[in-house]
Write a protein that binds this ligand. Structure first.
Ligand code: SF4
Length: 183
């Protein structure tokens, strides 16, 4: 694809996995098309499915706070999910759905070409890094994939349930902030 709008148009009414049957709308990535920093979450939830925007529910509000604490804004970064359509009843995305949507995630990474990617939660980390390792093993250290440095961390929805893990996420985000501050 030549650019993100072309990819979004190509995906219109995408029927390539069974999530197409339950979604209200496809939730394409949002933000700066030339961002240095990309956040990749898991899957749209109810609010995202209704509004067609990623990370607009309570977890999204926490993500916004995290981004601003890093000294940047949602408009300066790019935010997308591992699967672009909402799983029914907010269940986890299934392997065949993640595999079906992976080319569209990878194409967004290629088009944005970020210097750093933060994956939020297990599904994003495992999809981006093409691994089955648990998030507890992956988070907090740099990986390299798709021409970018990748920092897996916990999902904001997990932090809402377990606030004691906020400190680890903040340590991860400081590493990302410091890396991006280097020329
Ligand atoms: S999740 Fe991805 S592959 Fe599945 S229908 Fe939606 S856009 Fe298509």
């Amino acid at each position: 694809m030549a650019d993100l709008p072309s990819l979004a148009a190509f995906l219109d009414a995408c029927p390539r996995c069974k999530l197409s049957a339950s979604r209200t709308r496809i939730v394409f990535g949002q933000g700066n098309p030339n961002a240095d920093l990309m956040f990749i979450g898991e899957a749209p939830g109810r609010e995202e499915d209704e509004q067609g925007l990623p990370f607009v529910g309570p977890a999204g509000q926490l993500l916004t706070k995290i981004i601003e604490a890093m000294g940047t804004t949602r408009e300066e970064v790019y935010i997308v999910n591992t699967v672009l359509c909402r799983p029914p009843n907010n269940r986890n995305p299934e392997p065949d759905e993640i595999a079906a949507c992976r080319p569209f995630l990878e194409e967004q990474i290629r088009l944005v070409s970020p210097r750093a990617i933060v994956t939020l939660g297990a599904f994003a980390a495992q999809s981006v890094l093409d691994t089955g390792e648990p998030i507890s093993q992956l988070r907090g250290r740099w990986h390299v994939a798709h021409g970018a440095r990748v920092m897996p961390t916990f999902h904001p929805a997990f932090l809402l349930r377990s606030p004691k893990h906020k400190r680890e996420v903040w340590e991860d985000m400081q590493k990302v902030r410091d890396y991006l501050a280097q020329q």
